[in-house]
Design a binder for this molecule. Structure first.
Ligand SMILES: C[S@@+](CC[C@H](N)C(=O)[O-])C[C@H]1O[C@@H](n2cnc3c(N)ncnc32)[C@H](O)[C@@H]1O
Length: 229
């Protein structure tokens, strides 16, 4: 079976995970997670929140900074990423687990909010994974997936990327565009996202908005609501 990319993360060495974390730890790249955290905190006051594909855990830290009442959970298929997240989140109460969102051991109807940033496009089993999100989400609550999409407006994207890069050091200016273009290239077109969601229990209750993060118009916020029975 052709993998979408999750298996490269399963094999990721500690060094690769730290390099990923260090590379992204710079303004204006960091502001992507700050903006997502503010958005999520505006939607929830307390209760358990799951970040799927949490990577180095930076989104969870940003959420905690804005609202320490929210109970934090992070899941990632990569051992190395979870180890790094444990290190980065040492002073924050958080439940971190290695595993795939395709099948988890969380209770049904448990989470008040579920999110991910730049992870959905890597899942080898997106429909089954959305079904698992449906199972573990409380009825009446939503999941918000922040993802790049492929059919961007290329002209707008290039201008924004150029402006953004000006603020970075030479190494990020060199490798940043490659990394960003690669993630856009690997991501889904909006119609592909729709076709995945429509095969799941979220089929009648979803919403996809094009948004900018760090000023770059390459993102969608996918809102998936689990309706009460
Ligand atoms: C591009 S990184 C994004 C990390 C972090 N969310 C961020 O915004 O910086 C994608 C993450 O998703 C994780 N991942 C990929 N497939 C997964 C799956 N099926 N279940 C859980 N995590 C997964 C990877 O291990 C990786 O840490």
């Amino acid at each position: 079976m052709k993998t979408r990319g999750e298996r490269y993360f399963v094999k990721l060495a500690r060094f690769g995970a730290s390099l990923y974390d260090k590379f992204l730890d710079a303004e204006p790249i960091r502001s992507r997670l700050e903006e997502i955290a503010s958005d999520l905190v505006s939607k929830t006051v307390k209760g358990p929140l799951l970040d799927i594909g949490t990577g180095p855990g930076r989104l969870l830290a940003e959420i905690h900074l804005r609202n320490p009442e929210i109970e934090l959970f992070g899941l990632d298929i990569s051992d190395a990423m979870i180890e790094l997240a444990r290190n980065n989140l040492q002073n924050i109460p958080v439940n971190l687990q290695v595993g795939s969102i395709r099948q988890t051991n969380y209770d049904s109807d448990f989470f008040s909010v579920i999110t991910c940033s730049g992870s959905f496009y890597l899942w080898d089993y997106p429909e089954e994974s959305l079904e698992e999100i449906y199972r573990i989400l409380k009825a009446g609550r939503s999941a918000y997936l922040f993802e790049a999409y492929r059919d961007i407006n290329k002209e707008e994207f290039q201008i924004a990327l150029k402006n953004n890069l000006r603020q970075l050091n030479w190494i990020r200016r060199l490798f940043g565009p490659l990394a960003v273009r690669e993630s856009v290239k690997k991501s889904y077109r909006i119609e592909e996202i729709i076709s995945i969601i429509e095969k799941t229990s979220f089929a009648d209750n979803y919403f996809i908005e094009k948004i900018k993060l760090s000023g770059i118009p390459m993102w969608v916020r996918i809102s998936l609501k689990k309706m009460p029975l």
